[in-house]
Ligand binder design. Structure first.
Ligand code: MG
Ligand code: ZN
Length: 221
């Protein structure tokens, strides 16, 4: 069986929610948290969250470059990627956040070759921001980049899907994941809603439990 692995970025690959940090550090923090709450309550679309916050945020390319240097990733993620690559198991980072910080953080960890599907952030010379949503047309009507879409496309191609996540932006992936790893807010959500998932703390747990599952499916691996 061919498996495809999808990982959330903020709080999952990256230890922090870098999107939150960028937009609260360089934008208006109280404005941001009010928008996030409205999005969680389904009062606004994720695009509106990003557009409204981008309008009150100023950051230069140099400021972002410096900011991301201090953003750690899960200490076992790179090893997980290496092991998956050995087994020809493709990993895609799916995020309803922004490519500008995701690409930088993956690159500084030697992971520039990972596929990323996210929204796009362009920084202009004066620090103003432009946001774009390449996957919006196929979205669910609430997410800007709906994670469910990417898993569904993989399933339509005959793959089994693994999803690794931590929070509210992952909810659309739940119905499309054959194997679900959850921590923090996502784990609580799954427990409350009786959704089957495997709790994890780091990608070391994900690696151990996923490869156990693979060897049960196919003892030759
Ligand atoms: Mg997250
Ligand atoms: Zn969605």
């Amino acid at each position: 069986m061919n498996w495809r692995i999808f990982c959330d970025f903020d709080g999952t690959v990256a230890q922090n929610d870098v999107g939150n940090l960028v937009f609260t550090t360089f934008g208006d923090a109280s404005h941001w948290w009010a928008l996030v709450q409205a999005w969680r309550d389904k009062k606004i679309h994720a695009c509106e969250l990003w557009q409204k916050q981008a309008a009150v945020t100023r950051i230069t390319v140099e400021q972002l470059d410096r900011f991301v240097v201090d953003q750690p990733i899960d200490p076992f993620f790179a090893e997980f990627c290496r092991r998956c690559s050995e087994h020809q198991l493709p990993i895609t980072v799916v995020s309803d956040g922004m490519d500008a910080y995701i690409e930088r953080i993956l690159r500084q960890n030697g992971l520039a070759n990972l596929e990323i599907r996210s929204n796009r952030l362009t920084i202009e010379a004066d620090g103003r921001l432009q946001v774009a949503f390449p996957y919006l047309a196929q979205s669910c009507g609430s997410c800007a980049n709906c994670k469910g879409l990417h898993l569904r496309l993989a399933r339509q191609e005959g793959a089994k899907t693994v999803y690794v996540g931590d929070g509210y932006s992952d909810l659309c992936a739940l119905a499309e994941a054959d194997l679900l790893f959850a921590k923090d807010d996502l784990l609580s959500y799954c427990q409350v809603h009786h959704i089957d998932c495997i709790p994890y703390r780091t990608f070391q747990d994900v690696q151990t439990l996923f490869f156990q599952q693979l060897s049960q499916d196919d003892p030759s691996r």
